[in-house]
Design a protein around this ligand. Structure first.
Ligand code: SF4
Length: 373
């Protein structure tokens, strides 16, 4: 199997060109062709030497990922299940909001963190994604949008899909370098957000050697006992250790860390939770993003009432916090993280034993229709 060209950062490519006896200036030309002009066939790179083109044709793969399923929600959210060379699949979701179109990318196949509210956690960790498989989620979806919409363009990326990005630190670092590279996609630092469940050693490394991007922390409770019940990682890296590491992240002027707070009925939406959250966070350096729990079949938690959600929001705002509610997007197309992949995998298991797909009754109609065609 050839290595994907999209695994190479600009510096990797330059080093490779030098090692193979080609001009290092070719790196700028190649990144331009591939990322700016969308020309993925080296035969068409007019300003690159014949020998270099032959080398890349023979040794590198330029394919995008295969989209095995896509769905468009009533609110404009597009969800994709994409397949990689080894047949594994991950979800990636394009979410429109105001003047942005944000791609929520996955970092792993499955996840080892085991958050009790998360559908992906039920799949366990299968493997880390390579840098190319992260970059290709972006390129594959943008190509789909080029071909199927009147000019929709991805503007932002969040590492909030399946997987814990900091558990796949080196590969996510490379993917981030590729996204930011001025000779290629040239995305701005403020357009990328890395979200973590709180892997303390990796957070401590962020300040030292990860490109500067926005940081979001999946907090979900400011009380250790509640957070441990929701996120087993809190047993190892409790709030004291987590915030010790967060303090080491250098914040540039006017930048804040976003804290994601999943609101779950009766679990973390009481007055003692409001008080603990207000005591834990610094209102000048934090933004709170409240996410009302999105129930999925079999989930043990419930979404709070609208009144309770507004009550929680109101209390945080009164305490001086910038606090917003993230509205649920794409709820008509299996919106819970990992739900689409799980449903698809169930069908595949059945499919192996039959010449026609056996469609399970609890799969949504939109998925059924796509699988049957
Ligand atoms: S919420 Fe994120 S970190 Fe937690 S299990 Fe799910 S994918 Fe992993």
């Amino acid at each position: 199997m050839k290595q994907s060209f999209f695994d190479l950062t600009y510096d990797d490519l330059k080093a490779l060109l030098i090692e193979k006896g080609f001009s290092p200036f070719g790196a700028t030309q190649m990144f331009n062709w591939v990322y700016k002009k969308w020309v993925h066939d080296p035969n068409e790179w007019s300003n690159v030497s014949k020998a270099a083109k032959e080398f890349f044709i023979e040794n590198y793969d330029f394919s995008l990922l295969k989209i095995v399923w896509s769905g468009l929600s009533k609110d404009g959210t597009r969800k994709f299940l994409v397949k990689m060379q080894d047949g594994q699949t991950v979800e990636t979701v394009a979410i429109p909001a105001r003047d942005r179109l944000t791609l929520c990318v996955s970092s792993q196949v499955g996840c080892a963190v085991g958050c009790t509210f998360c559908h992906t956690a039920t799949q366990g960790l299968k493997r880390h994604l390579k840098p190319s498989e992260v970059v290709l989620q972006y390129l594959t979806v943008q190509k789909f949008l080029n071909d199927n919409t009147s000019g929709d363009k991805l503007t932002n990326i969040v590492y909030m899909g399946q997987g814990e990005p900091l558990h796949n630190y080196e590969n996510m670092k490379k993917a981030t370098e590729i996204f930011l590279c001025q000779q290629g996609l040239g995305l701005g630092q403020r357009r990328i957000t890395l979200s973590t469940s709180g892997m303390v050693p990796a957070i401590e490394k962020l300040a030292i050697d990860f490109p500067t991007v926005n940081i979001a922390i999946s907090l979900h409770s400011a009380r250790n006992d509640v957070r441990t019940a929701l996120m087993p990682i809190n047993k190892v890296y409790d709030l004291e250790r987590l915030f010790g590491a967060i303090k080491k992240i250098p914040l540039k002027a006017h930048r804040r860390i976003t804290y994601e707070y999943l609101l779950i009925d009766g679990m973390n939406d009481q007055m003692e939770d409001v008080v603990a959250l207000a005591e834990l966070l610094n209102s000048k350096e934090s933004k709170i993003n409240l996410i009302p729990f999105n129930e999925y079949p079999g989930s043990e938690y419930k979404r709070p009432s609208e009144e309770k959600i507004m009550w929680f929001l109101d209390h945080m705002i009164k305490r001086g916090f910038t606090c917003t509610i993230r509205t649920t997007k794409g709820s008509d197309i299996l919106a819970a993280c990992g739900q689409l992949k799980s449903e698809f995998d169930k069908v595949n298991v059945w499919d192996n034993n039959s010449s026609r797909p056996v469609i399970l009754p609890n799969i949504s109609r939109s998925v059924r229709q796509n699988l049957q065609t």
